[in-house]
Design a protein around this ligand. Sequence first.
Ligand SMILES: NC(=O)c1ccc[n+]([C@@H]2O[C@H](COP(=O)([O-])OP(=O)(O)OC[C@H]3O[C@@H](n4cnc5c(N)ncnc54)[C@H](OP(=O)(O)O)[C@@H]3O)[C@@H](O)[C@H]2O)c1
Length: 329
Amino acid sequence: MKAIVCTRYGSPEDLELRDVEKPTPQDNEVLVKVHATSINDWDWCLARGKPFYIRLLCGLRNPTVTIPGAEVAGTVEAVGQNVNKFQVGDAVYGDLSESGFGGFAEYVSVHENALALKPANMPFVEAATIPHAAMLAIQSLRDKGHMRSGQKLLINGAGGGVGTLGVQIAKYMGATEVTGVDSASKLDLMRSVGFDHVIDYKQEDFTKNGQRYDLILDTKTNRSPFDYTRVLSPHGTYVTVGGATSRIFQAFFLGPLIRRLSTNHIRVTDLKPNKDLDYANQLFEAGQIKPVVDGPYKLSEVPEAIRYFGEGKHTGKVVISLQDENAAN
Ligand SMILES: NC(=O)c1ccc[n+]([C@@H]2O[C@H](COP(=O)([O-])OP(=O)(O)OC[C@H]3O[C@@H](n4cnc5c(N)ncnc54)[C@H](OP(=O)(O)O)[C@@H]3O)[C@@H](O)[C@H]2O)c1
């Protein structure tokens, strides 16, 4: 089978499309024929071996993860003898980031717990956008942000995967007003997915514009937690899903202190992969979320697609479709 292989840390351009052996499912595994996969921060970090913590997770000198790709949507081709959740032919999707990755390939064999059934009306290219970004948005808004109906929200880094789904989920949960912050080229698309107000971060600093928010969801944490508390309403909550490592540590360690000194909460989301896929299915089937697909691109274009993602040029989720490759087999 064809796969994108990573043999050393360097740059996305060091990844190669190669012929490798098709995997065989172990007892608790499902062999998935991949129809679509998507790019996320894991791939950008894994290809470069940066920041350093990625080497603690995926190999100190050389990557132990040889086929990157964390999110897949596809059909079940075979099942191990202890698998009872799925059968051959099922359409499935999921986040493989705690199951060894391997999504940038024609087939991947993965533990059954990393997958959920895909709704019939969800196209594979859209399904590949959901496992990671929707779980981050749902768990940040609901579990960390304790979002309530009637709240005023801001999403920073809003034009990517988490932000473009997050605004739709927040509206479903009853947000009255959602502001999105990103670069100028993404603002029109952000309005089209539901943001009531948009801010170009190169023109305006949302922490200094005098507005207050009940809940801030941040994918790009790049300021001190005290800058965020300045724009939180009394009892308001700031939730970070990612960004500069040093700033996330500050949020983690200063959060309890800020809680003692004020009525504000500062929280860090620790993703529970796949935990809320059933909830995402319900939202999709009810027409409450429509993913923003950048692409789709081909499997052979994964290195360029990771570079494009890492440089922040994308909007929504960068998707790779293997349906042409599959049709040829
Ligand atoms: N918490 C967890 O357990 C966990 C697990 C996995 C991943 N993550 C993190 O979750 C996040 C995923 O977010 P995502 O997929 O939505 O990211 P994304 O698709 O990269 O979107 C982020 C957006 O932020 C914009 N941006 C860049 N600099 C900015 C700034 N200074 N101010 C405002 N916006 C800025 C980017 O556009 P421009 O570049 O054009 O400006 C981009 O549109 C990542 O940070 C990832 O590391 C968290």
